[in-house]
Design a protein around this ligand. Structure first.
Ligand code: GLU
Length: 299
């Protein structure tokens, strides 16, 4: 497959209606543009036993179907290692020994964006490097030569955001999300990324990394989230928000699907029925407030 969209859940628990709404949108965007649709389980971190199975079942229950086999990030270590080696060989990485606390306490570098890595380990001399290596394992950071980068998003237009020397591989050996997502999307032929707009701020880092790896940048569509009555991103603690909770309250998956489609200004029914009505220009740009099955409303 050469052209595809995808949904890439982290199997940390059950999907809630916000996650399902984003998955449905990703499916609709891919299918309405003649793309394939792939499912990737982002299980490098935060994986909980049994969660993947329930997530896949719930996606299928709202009509989100995918092509081919599910891909799991934990099966793809060599691919990430190869990308990091390429960056290393190009002089675009360095070892970092900082703890989270040291980073918080370090004075920030001049002109660096808020929260950026202050560059403590960027230019360690040989002796310092040897000494630090003897104390704790290193994380691998990108040696970025920009402080911001611009991306194009179908809903947000041009978005310029911070790029710092972000982590590529953590010091426990786990590949960082920003590296894995870029490598996977390219390897899987994914050229359209539809996901929650909470991820928009990390997108410039990913697009910049793609440029360094000579990887084409996908089309981005960052969609509004579902929030609770306080305007905070929906979470499990917000009551009946998963298909299992809702089934328990007597609401079937197809009814949840229709409600979610209607929240997007699309006709309720199956995803195939909604497909011809998808018009990016007419999608809601605001978060959707979930107030339960009866009263959910546009916020
Ligand atoms: N695995 C990420 C999440 O569940 C999504 C990453 C992405 O879509 O790029 O938040």
């Amino acid at each position: 497959m050469t052209s595809a969209g995808r949904f890439a859940p982290s199997p940390s628990g059950e999907l809630h209606v916000g996650n399902l709404r984003t998955a449905m949108l990703a499916w609709l965007f891919a299918r309405s543009t003649g793309r394939g649709f792939l499912l990737r389980v982002e299980d490098l971190d935060r994986a909980r036993a049994g969660a993947e199975e329930v997530q896949l079942r719930d996606l299928a229950a709202v009509g989100v179907t995918w092509d081919g086999d599910v891909v799991r990030q934990t099966d793809r270590g060599p691919l990430y290692a190869e990308a990091i080696t390429r960056l290393e060989e190009a002089g675009l990485t360095y070892e970092c020994f900082c703890t989270r606390r040291e980073i918080q306490e370090a004075p920030s570098a001049p002109h660096a964006p808020q929260g950026a890595y202050p560059g403590t380990c960027r230019n360690l001399d040989r002796a310092e490097l040897e000494y630090r290596r003897s104390i704790r394992p290193a994380a691998i950071r990108l040696r970025a030569d920009v402080v911001e980068y611009a991306v194009q998003d179908v809903l947000h237009g041009t978005f310029t955001g911070a790029v710092d020397d972000f982590v590529l591989r953590r010091n426990d050996g786990v590949t960082a999300y920003n590296l894995a997502v870029v490598v996977d999307d390219a390897d899987q032929g994914i050229d359209q990324v539809v996901r929650g707009d909470d991820l928009l701020p990390s997108t410039p880092r990913q697009a910049y990394l793609a440029s360094l790896l000579d990887i084409p940048v996908p089309e981005y569509v960052h969609v509004p989230l579902v929030v609770n009555r306080d305007g905070v991103r929906l979470a499990k603690r917000d009551g009946a928000v998963t298909l299992a909770d809702l089934a328990h309250a007597g609401v079937a998956a197809h009814e949840v699907r229709s409600l979610l489609l209607e929240s997007l200004g699309l006709p309720g029914g199956t995803l195939d029925q909604a497909l011809p009505a998808l018009d990016p220009a007419r999608l809601p740009r605001q978060p959707w407030v979930w107030t339960g099955m009866d009263g959910a409303s546009a916020g």
